[in-house]
Write a protein of this length. Structure first.
Length: 400
């Protein structure tokens, strides 16, 4: 079963034949290949030249020069030749091939590439791509897309819980209703990302350290995390000793491989982004489940928080976290079009947690909108705070 990803297909159509290299990035197996294939199928009677570098045999067969030579041999004069290069980062110095084709004097090329690395282009060549790349990040399949395609468009607790546990990696869709098969598939995705995009790419010899850091981040999703507290955690548990520099490198490599999103702290009073601490969230809810627990109630509040974050990022918001002037936490501070909004996420809002969940929002006196995402709503607004149903937000029925 293939789920049409209309947002990305529409973007590809809008970019077709423009003077840009089209780049789709995102975690492995999120569905980039499927999106490219769906778009490719709309190109009738066009000359299409494609490579899928998920195939290790192709990676072994081609370097960047051989890739250019082969594409030239299959190109036609006087027409647009459509080039599809899937997981191009597997080819060493691929940037040289891409920029050569882009600047080709003999043939006309419209180039589409995908990659599972958020820093696709090397620092040595990045200046060559300035103003020549149009990029979009492919996010996991949304709750709405899954509900329509798998659960007959009918919202229900089973479908919602399944999404919160299984996430939306494209590779899981054929067996989505079978949880054990879904988790087995997610395990393979996770191990593939960790091996290919982290351990191998960065030549990590002693791998237990990166594995422990990754596990720690999944188990502390949504909580303040720094190299210092991980260093202290490892020491207190008599674990492998890692330097702060190594820990910071591991953080960065896991993020670049799309296993995590980093949410930085925003100092509201100074209007500055802090570099010393951050929160980390899973790129996909299924990865969170695999690395923590298969029980829906395990860290349920943080799971909801993670789901809201993914929706906010896909909607194009800059997302930060922070505190009020009394150091009470604000889950998310989001920015778009010079507008700021403050967000808290909780399972339910009741007499027991009302003061705690609203405290930081009510302390913000700058006039920006305040929102609480929750699953159980009796009123739409209270004390100037807008209450939004999480499920309806994830379905796109409510926009902010």
């Amino acid at each position: 079963m293939e789920i049409p990803r209309y947002k990305y297909l529409d973007w590809l159509r809008s970019e077709q034949n423009t003077n840009f290299i089209k780049v789709l990035t995102g975690i492995r197996n999120v569905g980039k290949t499927t999106i490219l294939n769906q778009f490719k199928n709309t190109l009738k009677n066009e000359n299409v030249i494609e490579f899928d570098f998920n195939d290790a045999r192709l990676v072994k067969q081609y370097d960047w020069e051989k890739l250019i030579s082969y594409i030239e041999s299959k190109s036609n004069f006087g027409v647009t030749n459509y080039i599809f290069l899937d997981e191009i980062q597997e080819i060493k110095e691929f940037e040289k091939a891409v920029i050569t084709l882009y600047s080709h004097k003999k043939f006309k090329y419209d180039i589409y590439i995908t990659g599972s690395n958020s820093k696709m282009f090397s620092t040595e060549l990045v200046s060559l791509f300035t103003g020549r790349v149009s990029e979009i990040e492919v996010f996991p399949i949304s709750y709405k897309e899954i509900l329509i395609s798998i659960f007959d468009s009918t919202p229900n607790s089973n479908a919602f819980n399944k999404y919160l546990l299984s996430g939306g990696l494209g590779i899981t869709i054929p067996t989505y209703k079978d949880f054990s098969k879904t988790i087995n598939t997610i395990e393979k995705v996770y191990q593939g990302c960790l091996v290919k995009d982290v351990k191998t790419r960065h030549r990590i010899q002693e791998t237990s350290g990166i594995e422990k850091i990754s596990k720690f981040l999944y188990n502390h999703v949504g909580r303040n995390t720094s190299a210092t507290n991980i260093e202290n955690y490892l020491k207190s548990n008599n674990e492998l000793v890692l330097s702060k520099k190594t820990i910071l490198n591991y953080f960065n490599w896991l993020i670049v491989a799309y296993l995590f999103y980093k949410v930085k702290y925003y100092d509201v009073r100074r209007k500055a982004i802090l570099q010393t601490k951050a929160k980390y969230y899973a790129t996909d809810l299924g990865l969170l489940t695999y690395s923590t627990s298969d029980k829906i109630d395990f860290n349920f509040g943080y799971r909801l928080e993670n789901a809201v974050l993914l929706k906010l990022l896909e909607a194009g918001y800059e997302v930060y976290t922070g505190t009020d002037r009394y150091k009470n936490e604000i889950d998310f501070i989001i920015k778009k079009n010079n507008t700021i909004k403050y967000i808290q996420v909780c399972h339910s809002l009741n007499d027991e947690n009302f003061e705690r969940e609203t405290r930081s929002l009510l302390n913000m006196k700058d006039g920006y909108e305040k929102i609480i995402f929750t699953l159980e709503i009796s009123v739409g607004q209270i004390k100037g705070i807008t209450l939004i149903d999480i499920e309806k937000f994830l379905l796109g029925e409510i926009e902010i």
